[in-house]
Design a protein around this ligand. Structure first.
Ligand SMILES: NC(=O)c1ccc[n+]([C@@H]2O[C@H](COP(=O)([O-])OP(=O)(O)OC[C@H]3O[C@@H](n4cnc5c(N)ncnc54)[C@H](O)[C@@H]3O)[C@@H](O)[C@H]2O)c1
Length: 441
């Protein structure tokens, strides 16, 4: 799979599911950067430099000088949403960016009018928009979405498309082998309109992969994290990535936990809480939707600080006394809007078991942190497709809270931020025709 990526031809279509806070911040930032009016800060594809070659031959280069990335000027946007507001109105409603940072690209944003969403109210009870496909079975949703993708290609002349989910978190759909275990079963369930086990997001993913577009899941939904979708991605030779943008608290967690683990300190508990007041917070206020997020957020620590590997350090804390206590909470608090505040209380212990505490208070801006991840995930998925990489893109774990992995084979996901970075760098090297390596820079 270590193929060099082919050069891009023509334009890249970026079709986003959900035209809310994250998406409009992402789109506005790209359009502003194109005009030289803002800088895409936080984006690895635009700023990071990595080493290629060794010894005398080593050089530190931007990604675009190693691999043939699509240029920001070659991106065309489209979106689906439950609400009819165009990207300009939606950006204003989101109140993430100031008007002065939106107005210069108003003309372009106004043209991004959301297509009708494949939506089911039971998957996000707090949403009541009516820009939705009406009375369609799951299979009919798939067919409509495929047509949307084809029409977008025809109308804009884009050569390639990537589909990114930045829509609300759906209620938790437990993986059920009977319908999610194989492509044949999944298709049969879609045709039988199995509303309980086929989330609308699965219709988007299925449609994207069938139309030859990589699919990225930016929310914690299990959508492409099922064997049936892995099979479809293999069949269509398309990359898939997910789940859940790693932005604020989990980014800190996956960067901070290695400090504890590397120095062989003990952990008895980690309590993470957040207050958040945007629409994402509103949807997550519904327990069934929060459950999806909780599963994703909890997974980060467990593979970094592993009780089985270090029972003296990580084997204490909860009722069963098998592991440290780990709890994550998100509280909907409208006054803060998109400016999420996260608190982490970390109870650690050291020499002879003496306890200590670490407190982290992160006053972040959710969509400001998520926007560069959207850009990187889109550009790198498009690149991966051109390099002939398909199926789960493990090198994109760096950007994701709950990286996809083959759990049917007991594969352990890599959650350690710095190991994920090595995977990212090596994938870039390989797609640029260099050898992967683990040399220290
Ligand atoms: N901002 C972050 O830091 C961050 C981090 C990780 C994950 N996420 C996830 O990204 C997603 C987007 O976050 P946001 O703050 O932009 O939320 P948002 O509520 O502002 O926007 C989501 C949009 O998706 C639309 N939507 C819901 N279901 C849809 C469907 N089936 N089809 C089409 N559109 C649909 C909603 O109408 C809404 O406009 C959420 O799932 C969130 O959990 C965000």
């Amino acid at each position: 799979m270590a193929n060099k990526a082919a050069k891009p031809n023509g334009k890249l279509g970026v079709m986003v599911v959900g035209l809310g806070a994250v998406t409009t911040t992402f789109m506005t930032g790209v359009l502003m950067a194109r005009k030289g009016l803002a800088k895409p800060i936080g984006s690895m594809t635009q700023y990071d430099k990595i080493r290629v070659g060794r010894g005398e031959d080593k050089k530190y280069l931007h990604y675009k000088d190693i691999v043939p990335l699509a240029d920001l000027n070659d991106i065309e946007f489209a979106a689906w949403d439950v609400y009819p507001a165009n990207a300009y109105e939606s950006a204003l409603n989101a109140e993430v960016l100031k008007e002065k940072d939106i107005e210069p690209v108003k003309d372009e944003l106004v043209k991004i009018v959301p297509m009708k969403a494949a939506f089911d109210h039971d998957y996000a009870k707090r949403l009541d928009g009516d820009n939705i496909m009406k009375d369609k079975t799951r299979w009919e949703m798939v067919e409509q979405l495929r047509e949307d993708i084809r029409n977008f290609k025809k109308e804009t002349g884009v050569e390639r498309v990537v589909v990114l989910w930045a829509a609300s978190t759906e209620v938790y759909v437990p993986v059920d082998d009977e319908v999610h275990g194989s492509l044949e079963a999944l298709e049969a369930a879609m045709k039988a309109d199995d509303k309980k086990r086929i989330a609308p997001s699965m219709c988007y993913a299925y449609a994207a992969l069938k139309e030859g577009a990589p699919f990225i899941m930016g929310a914690p939904n299990t959508t492409v994290d099922i064997p049936a979708m892995w099979e479809l991605a293999e069949q269509t030779k398309m990359p898939i990535a997910g789940k859940d943008f790693k932005t604020g608290q989990t980014l800190v967690k996956s960067g901070f936990a290695p400090i504890i683990g590397t120095r062989c300190l003990g952990l008895s508990g980690w309590f993470s809480t957040n207050i958040l007041g945007n629409r994402d917070g509103l949807v997550l206020d519904e327990p069934a939707n929060f459950r999806t997020k909780e599963v994703s957020k909890l997974s980060t620590l467990e593979s970094i600080l592993v009780p089985e590997n270090q029972p003296d350090l990580y084997g204490h804390g909860n009722d069963e006394d098998t592991q440290y206590y780990h709890k994550v909470r998100i509280n909907y608090y409208p006054p803060r809007n998109d400016n999420k505040e996260g608190w982490d209380n970390i109870d650690i212990f050291g020499w002879m078991g003496y306890p200590m505490q670490i407190k982290i208070n992160f006053l972040c801006r959710d969509s400001i942190l998520a926007a560069p991840l959207c850009l990187d995930l889109v550009l790198l998925s498009d690149l991966a497709a051109r390099a002939g990489r398909y199926g789960i893109q493990r090198f994109l774990s760096f950007f994701l809270k709950s990286p996809m992995h083959d759990y049917t084979q007991d594969e352990v996901p890599v959650n350690h931020l710095f190991q994920q970075y090595v995977m990212l760098k090596n994938a870039i090297r390989e797609m640029g025709g260099y050898e992967a390596d683990e040399e220290i820079d």
